[in-house]
Design a protein around this ligand. Structure first.
Ligand SMILES: Nc1ncnc2c1ncn2[C@@H]1O[C@H](COP(=O)(O)OP(=O)(O)O)[C@@H](O)[C@H]1O
Ligand SMILES: [Mg+2]
Length: 268
């Protein structure tokens, strides 16, 4: 479990996170949703100690992130951040190999090399393994960073908008892979998702954030409601059901476009 209590975060005079209290369950796929600027990335970065904690406590599997040695934390959780800026003159296989660092501290063994090959296989990266990162498309690079995170082989995976740049087939394959990882190996995944239907279709647990606060947390069916989502995104949405899961309808443009086009026809 990840336990977060009394976390606040400020940048200068701006309050970025306030009163964050959260329990992220073990062995579940948790989706973190909310509008741009809600504080989702900041919260993930604090959990992974990429930002120093200013106030409150965060424990991951009982380990206080403020005091746990980096090597121990890196074997407990892996994070994929939203904006990667690793040197681009790095080959895909080398990047994925960095994920093994916490396990070998610079002396990779056969087991580490095997883990890298498994991660390359899992993300369809074998044909690209010898390429430099700056020779990849956005989606291919995203898959390489994901493979590095997977290769770290931790009980917790924190992913910030992993679906960015992925086409529908790769996006679906990733969500299916995460769900399988959780179901079959008992790992715990926390992922920021931008398109709320990926949360609706795949998440066990949903945390909704807005203006630096937690608005709701709970089972997907309980959080992904019309009233909550309409308030969260300040835009009217409808929630239907499909295959026993919520389906969020937020593309209202059809009727508006139809009306506008009819208006244009009338003018002619
Ligand atoms: N380095 C920074 N300096 C000032 N404000 C920042 C900085 N980084 C993020 N913020 C602000 O913090 C808030 C939360 O950002 P972020 O955690 O990235 O939100 P989200 O990931 O939900 O879109 C936003 O209002 C953003 O503008
Ligand atoms: Mg973000």
């Amino acid at each position: 479990m990840i336990e977060i209590e009394g976390v606040q975060h400020r940048i200068g005079a701006a309050s970025i996170l306030s009163d964050i209290g959260l329990r992220l369950p073990d062995g579940k796929l948790t989706a973190l949703i909310g509008p741009n600027g809600a504080g989702k990335s900041t919260l993930l970065r604090l959990i992974a100690r990429l930002e120093p904690l200013q106030d409150g406590t965060i424990r991951v599997q009982g380990q206080d992130v403020a005091t746990t040695p980096t090597a121990a934390l890196a074997r407990t959780m892996a994070i994929m951040v939203q904006h990667n800026s690793v040197a681009s003159r790095l080959r895909v296989r080398e990047l994925v190999g960095f994920g093994r660092w916490p396990h070998h501290q610079g002396r990779p063994r056969a087991a580490d090399r095997a883990a890298v090959e498994r991660a390359l296989d899992a993300f369809g990266l074998q044909p690209l393994a010898g390429r430099f990162l700056d020779e990849l498309s956005g989606g291919q690079a995203q898959r390489a960073y994901l493979a590095m995170t997977f290769a770290q082989d931790t009980g917790w995976l924190l992913l910030d908008e992993p679906l960015n740049n992925l086409d529908v087939a790769h996006a679906r394959a990733l969500m299916a892979r995460l769900a399988r990882l959780v179901r079959e190996t008992g790992r715990s995944v926390v992922t920021v998702v931008h398109e709320v239907n990926y949360a609706a279709a795949w998440a066990d647990h949903v945390v909704a954030m807005k203006n630096g606060r937690i608005v709701a947390q709970g089972a997907a069916d309980d959080v992904l409601t019309e009233s909550l989502l309409s308030d969260l995104y300040e835009t009217p949405v409808e929630v239907s059901r499909h295959d026993g899961r919520p389906l969020v309808l937020h593309h209202h443009s059809h009727s508006q476009i139809d009306q506008r086009e009819r208006g244009v026809e009338m003018l002619h």
